[in-house]
Design a protein around this ligand. Structure first.
Ligand code: SIN
Ligand code: MN
Length: 266
């Protein structure tokens, strides 16, 4: 999948790009099933909300075949390679649950703020590319983005260790208000299989999910290989140390695996 010059222009100006319909229902249904299996385990990589509901599962590409294939999928790797103009390695991999009724807030933040402060990443030459596993709706805690906020560099932030189970470098209300005055807020919604990519410095957040509809999203954090982290402080399964470039799998790999999996289950 190649981004058009117009799409690249939108990414550079607005800091985000939404690509609906990238993955088929059979591919996404497999990922949903596999995610539920992972959330049920006691692995240290599964992080829970204060209520015990799953919040995120880290590093699933290292211990689950379907998520391994997704982590090397050309529909995700190629567009980000295009933006950075070089090969990529996986800096972080998360399956965020935003569980029905219990999914908690993600406060306003920039991803690169954490990668720089906690992982010693030199430049914002890394970004998240997200795959919706459920329908993301206005009501079930969609990701909210502040367009153009990526142009302000790394903003000063406080380390919030209290609000949720997940420590985050968060922005204060005055900063968010100033940026929203300029760029507004968008909350891309869409069917399972949609893809959302956004700049490492783009300010974003999501509200709690108090609906019966889960909002599971996989996030690949892809980093340009030359920008590998120099001073990690977090565990290897949160900030990876395998800096080898990702060689994309065949475009059909996840679909083939889903078909084989379905056959085996019958
Ligand atoms: C994140 O910002 O890393 C996750 C936000 C979300 O999944 O809502
Ligand atoms: Mn984030």
């Amino acid at each position: 999948m190649q981004l058009t010059p117009q799409q690249l222009g939108q990414f550079h100006d607005e800091g985000w790009l939404f690509l609906p319909g990238c993955f088929a229902e059979a591919e996404v249904a497999l990922l949903r099933d596999e995610a539920e299996g992972i959330y049920k385990t006691n692995r240290q990589e599964v992080w829970r909300e204060k209520t015990g509901a799953p919040r995120t599962a880290f590093a699933a590409h290292t211990y689950n075949e379907a998520f391994r294939l997704l982590g090397s999928h050309p529909r995700l790797i190629r567009p980000v390679e295009q933006v950075f103009g070089e090969q990529l390695y996986m800096h972080q991999y998360k399956i965020n649950a935003k569980a029905a009724f219990e999914g908690d807030v993600w406060q306003w933040h920039q991803d690169y703020g954490t990668w720089a402060r906690d992982d010693g990443m030199a430049e914002p030459r890394a970004m998240n590319i997200a795959v919706f596993m459920d329908e993301v709706m206005p009501i079930n805690g969609p990701l909210m983005l502040v367009p153009k906020s990526h142009k302000h560099g790394v903003l000063s932030a406080g380390h919030d260790l209290e609000t949720t189970s997940y420590p985050l470098w968060t922005l204060d209300n005055d900063t968010v208000t100033r940026l929203v005055d300029e760029g507004g807020i968008v909350a891309p919604t869409g069917k399972p299989g949609s893809v959302l990519m956004f700049h490492g410095n783009l300010v974003h957040a999501s509200a709690p999910n108090i609906t019966p509809y889960p909002r599971r999203i996989v996030y690949l954090t892809l980093c340009a290989v030359s920008n590998y982290i120099r001073k990690p402080t977090r565990p290897e399964w949160i900030a990876h140390r395998d800096f080898r470039p990702i060689e994309p799998v065949a475009d059909s790999a996840l679909m083939d695996y889903a078909a084989a999996h379905k056959l085996a289950a019958e």
